[in-house]
Design a protein around this ligand. Structure first.
Ligand code: F6P
Length: 540
């Protein structure tokens, strides 16, 4: 039976009604009326502490939100995901990224076949390869040691490993240099390899499909760059490895089957960081650290699968996000890590969330009745404070934020870390409680300036606090947001695992590419025709 549209469910109606009752309620009041709110509205799991008390909600709101989540059939969906059911219906695929971090003795089946042994076989091959590169046993074509590793990939084949490499750089082998080439713009490749010696450079061509235009274009350029210096086709075997599900295309490119690290169609690109797509990361931090990251992911999977919803971190984050997105009219959601190593975390989450939840039809193909995924954005904390926080504090938009911070610095220098964390705590407090006109006046500020210098407050945030950023903690954060996205997709009844919205642009680019270097008549709309004609003239 086709499920009812989410807008028709009584839980959603109850929340809409409840929302009206909260009009005019201030966080100041909520905290004043309940002195224990800051301790009560919090949850802890796997070493991550979530304070959600600075949100525009009450215990009743949360209860209603959790009822909405329950009514969506989340428990059954979680079981179905872990059982390898084909939740990605439009592509007829299982969604089993949780198998990538399953322990060796676990059993997870796709089409009746246990995939865990294959996962570990690839992990073992990756580990062996990484040890050879890191130890110098893997040599380039001329016998030189590899000193530079370049990952060529885009989307999930770039953002995940690049974010994680940056996040865990502290743990990386500093005898190796790493670069990430993603853009088809040649400047990306040219600048990335500018200081690299081809004799010491290894390319990882990372593409699930091995058909992606940007990646294959960059891979061909890399091969030409390498062969121009080394002058021998045989060099490809020593300087190129591939990460892909497409064995044939990898072989056709000239990469030896033994140098391909595979994964499976049940791993979505944006959920693939912990598959062979993480090869570059494993080279950087070593197999043991990589396995620590997998253990962190697994710990969060177990928490998600077993914890009651009211203490389940992904469910809580999802429910709170739904509140702002579906009922309070928020259009975006900001992710604000107070850790420089997480400087690419929001870019990574942008793909994870927006490619998963940017959908306008439900799983049955009907137009969705309400809002789906928000715009996700953000930057590391204190830099953002001197850039866009103005709008967060005094602008007209509602922007719920997740603040992420750590108790211990990986680079303890002077009082930097306490300064950083003082800002971390100060910002959520300022957003929540603001500064009234009376408080501003009490500081002797003239009347005319009070509107400019007062802060309305009532701006919501979650705070995530952990001890320190290490591989396991990064794994927990990644799984936390993966599952949050899954919960929200379940409530919206959308397919979080396809991405048909990227196809039209690709098709049109394929059509336009040959037109740019020809003078054949154009048959587009008048804007596109005029722009292409101008481009033709300028490039000539
Ligand atoms: O175009 C979008 C997309 O399909 C993403 O979903 C994916 O992560 C990216 O392209 C790269 O795809 P591939 O790994 O197949 O090159």
């Amino acid at each position: 039976m086709t499920p009812p549209q989410p807008s028709e469910c009584p839980e959603r109606k109850a929340l809409s009604e409840h929302c009206k009752t909260l009009e005019g309620v201030e966080l100041r009041d909520l905290f004043r009326d309940d002195p224990t709110r800051g301790e009560r509205l919090a949850a802890e799991a796997c070493g991550l502490y979530l304070d959600y008390s600075k949100n525009l909600l009450t215990g009743e709101t949360l209860g209603l939100l959790l009822r909405l989540v329950e009514a969506s059939g989340l428990s059954a969906r979680i079981d179905a995901m872990f059982a390898g059911e084909k939740l990605n219906t439009s592509e007829n695929r299982s969604v089993l990224h949780v198998a990538l971090r399953a322990p060796r003795d676990a059993k997870l089946e796709v089409d009746g076949r246990d995939v865990v042994p294959e996962v570990h076989a690839v992990l073992d091959r990756m580990a062996d390869f990484c040890e050879r590169v890191r130890s110098g046993a893997w040599q380039g074509h001329t016998g030189r040691r590899i000193r530079n590793v370049v990952n060529i990939g885009i989307g999930g084949s770039d953002l995940g490993p690049m974010m994680a490499y940056e996040a865990l750089k502290h743990y990386s082998d500093r005898g190796l240099r790493f670069a990430f080439v993603s853009n088809v713009d040649a400047s990306d490749f040219a600048e990335s390899v500018r200081d690299f010696d081809p004799e010491e450079t290894l390319f990882i061509i990372c593409s699930k499909t091995f058909t992606t235009l940007e990646t294959l274009g960059n891979a061909r350029t890399a091969r030409a760059w390498c062969l121009a210096a080394l002058g021998d086709e045989a060099a490809v075997a020593k300087h190129f490895v591939a990460v892909s599900t497409n064995a044939e295309a990898v072989a056709a490119f000239g990469i030896e089957p033994a140098n391909r690290f595979g994964f499976w169609d049940w791993v979505g690109g944006r959920y693939s960081l912990d598959s062979a797509v993480g090869l570059v990361l494993m080279v950087a931090i070593g197999p043991d650290r990589f396995r620590e990251m997998l253990a962190g992911l697994r710990a969060m999977d177990e928490h998600f699968r077993t914890a009651p919803f009211e203490r389940n971190l992904p469910v809580l984050l999802a429910a709170i996000g739904l509140w702002y997105n579906d009922f309070m009219g928020a259009q975006s959601f900001a992710i604000l890590p107070y850790d420089q190593y997480l400087w690419r975390f929001s870019a990574y989450l942008q793909q994870l969330d927006m490619e998963s939840s940017g959908k306008r039809v439900d799983r049955e193909g009907r137009p969705v009745a309400g809002e789906t995924g928000p715009i996700v954005w953000g930057q590391p904390g204190t830099n953002g404070q001197h850039a866009f926080y103005q709008l967060l504090h005094q602008g007209t938009k509602l922007v719920p934020c997740d603040f992420i911070g750590f108790a211990r610095s990986l680079n303890p220098l002077g009082d930097h870390h306490d300064q950083l964390m003082a800002n971390f705590f100060a910002q959520t407090k300022a957003l929540a409680f603001g500064k009234t006109a009376e408080e501003v006046a009490a500081e002797g500020v003239p009347d005319s300036q009070q509107p400019h210098r007062s802060f309305p407050g009532n701006r919501p945030s979650n705070t995530l606090l952990a001890e320190r950023l290490d591989p396991a903690t990064l794994g927990k954060l990644v799984a936390l947001y993966e599952h949050k996205v899954f919960v929200q997709g379940t409530v919206w009844n959308i397919n979080s695992f396809d991405q048909w919205g990227v196809e039209l642009g690709k098709q049109l680019a394929d059509r336009i590419a040959p037109e740019l270097s020809s003078d054949a008549a154009l048959d587009h709309d008048s804007s596109t025709n005029t722009l292409i004609e101008r481009y033709r003239k300028l490039r000539a």
